[in-house]
Design a protein around this ligand. Structure first.
Ligand SMILES: [Zn+2]
Length: 510
């Protein structure tokens, strides 16, 4: 096919006159298996703030539903764009037409349609389009034109990594930009919540934001805030020893009526002040049986975590074990085991208020850097269990509240206006997709790093948007929290404790 535009006017196609839909978008057909094409689509989505375009990965069905004139071979060979008028633009002409749509690229589009830039553009585009084949051999994309079976047999992982790295390089400016802008958002949120308190539901629910000199590194670098929730007399997860001063200041100012202290799970940022707070308030302490086990004695933390968060003291009696319910000042909470984030995790649910104190059982719909004790298969079952509850307010353990309820005011960065059940459903969908990717990868005997890469395809916006933060977490936690752990979290063997990823690398085993 030539690289000139295919004009599709009413004289050329007499049977189907073009339909004028000024509001319909430019449909951009791209090779969804090709890293170069996917990277270009990422850039297009950044430029296209007003949704003037719709990017469609090429498949036989997409092409017939878009325009019957489109040929799959031609579309895989070079970019095809169908304008709102039904005109089909090809190659450089399609690029120029898209550039014309956005203010920052308008000049490129305008010049690109004029001599000599038009001819130059076509020549360069032709060269890139021809050589793209050489780069995208592994995933069967452009190579569907050739013999896919032969290509697949010949494609080694080197070809996969060259595509993946190319996708990374093309998006590197976007990755860095996303990293910088989220860093600014985190710093902003940190200062807005610094030593602050949030009183909600007429004082029935209070969120205390906890700070500490070294713990502050976590919200600043990774965006996870430290909190204690006070709900109807129950104090949940009172922070680590390094946040004790912050908690004491809050208590002095607020003088809350605490009747019980509870932990959702035995992670260091939640359990370091359990005995301290129970003694100070003179009230009973409640933990699950497994949490009590994990806390007596508390395992020695890796040194980075001990340094930043603080090694929690061992649990001291007296304490009581949690049953199925826990009495509050006005009613009672259901205690629901939700293993996954860690084995001992429980959540507290108030059926009267339809409120869930979720601890770390949710951690956002997209959470890509788990710790080594995450078991994602069990987490999926726990999330399915949460879907059975009627939830209007979901309070997370790290400073987010998901709700649509109007009696919870807007607090930017903290209150997320979305249906909590929808958020849980979204996370379930994402984790099921991950499970499928990972199971397929293991079945095909792919190395863990390749499976990891296939879980974060650059075509997914979240993959590159959170790339800088995720890799920063990996680096600073010395590999304890990472995208690699995400893959391993789906392949946990419940009978053996897994070695850390570094131990695996050193011993060379799997
Ligand atoms: Zn946790």
């Amino acid at each position: 096919m030539s690289q000139t535009a295919v004009w599709r006017d009413s004289t050329a196609v007499t049977t189907q006159p073009p339909v004028h839909e000024p509001s319909s978008p430019y449909r951009v057909l791209y090779d969804g298996q090709c890293e170069v094409c996917q990277a270009c689509v990422s850039w297009l989505k950044i430029l296209d703030r007003d949704s003037k375009t719709l990017s469609l990965p090429i498949s036989a069905e997409t092409l017939t539903s878009t325009d019957e004139c489109l040929q799959i071979d031609a579309c895989l060979r070079q970019l095809h764009v169908v304008t709102p008028n039904g005109e089909i633009l090809v190659g450089w002409d399609a690029v120029a037409a898209l550039a014309l749509l956005f203010p920052s690229t308008w000049l490129i589009g305008w010049l690109g349609q004029r001599f000599p830039f038009r001819n130059l553009g076509r020549a360069i585009y032709g060269y890139v389009a021809a050589n793209r084949y050489a780069l995208s051999k592994c995933r069967g994309g452009a190579c569907r034109v050739a013999q896919p079976e032969t290509v697949r047999r010949q494609a080694r992982l080197g070809a996969f990594w060259s595509c993946y790295s190319l996708g990374f390089l093309v998006r590197l400016p976007l990755i860095l930009w996303a990293g910088v802008s989220t860093a600014f958002q985190r710093i902003h949120l940190f200062f807005r919540t610094y030593h602050r308190r949030l009183d909600l539901l007429n004082g029935k629910l209070t969120i205390l934001f906890l700070n500490g000199t070294l713990p502050n590194a976590v919200p600043l670098l990774f965006g996870e805030l430290f909190t204690t929730a006070l709900y109807d007399g129950i104090a949940v997860d009172p922070g680590s020893p390094k946040m004790r001063r912050s908690l004491a200041q809050h208590l002095q100012r607020l003088q809350p009526n605490i009747t019980k202290v509870v932990a959702t799970h035995a992670h260091e940022e939640h359990v370091g002040n359990l005995n301290w707070l129970a003694n100070r308030a003179g009230v009973p302490l409640f933990v699950s049986e497994m949490t009590a086990q994990f806390l007596t004695p508390f395992k020695k933390l890796p040194w980075v975590r001990a340094l930043i968060i603080g090694q929690p003291p061992n649990l001291q009696p007296p304490y009581q074990l949690l049953g199925h319910t826990l009495d509050t000042q006005s009613a009672h909470l259901q205690i629901i085991p939700t293993p996954g984030h860690c084995d001992d995790h429980i959540v507290l649910y108030d059926p009267a208020e339809k409120l869930l104190i979720a601890g770390d059982a949710f951690m956002g719909s997209y959470f890509a850097t788990p710790n080594p004790d995450v078991d994602s298969q069990r987490w999926l079952v726990s999330l399915e269990r949460l879907m059975e509850l009627d939830i209007e307010i979901m309070v997370e353990g790290h400073g987010h509240i998901h709700t649509l309820r109007p009696d919870i005011p807007d607090v930017p960065g903290v209150v997320i206006r979305e249906d909590p059940k929808k958020a849980v459903a979204q996370k379930l969908d994402y984790m099921r997709w991950l499970r499928e990717q990972i199971e397929t990868g293991f079945k095909e005997n792919l190395p863990v790093r390749v499976i990891e890469a296939s879980c974060f395809p650059w075509g997914n916006r979240t993959s590159w948007e959170s790339c800088a933060t995720d890799e920063c977490i990996r680096l600073l936690s010395l590999g304890h929290f990472s995208r690699t752990e995400l893959v391993r979290s789906f392949a946990r063997n419940n009978t053996d404790a897994l070695p850390t990823i570094y131990e695996v690398r050193i011993s060379g085993g799997e």
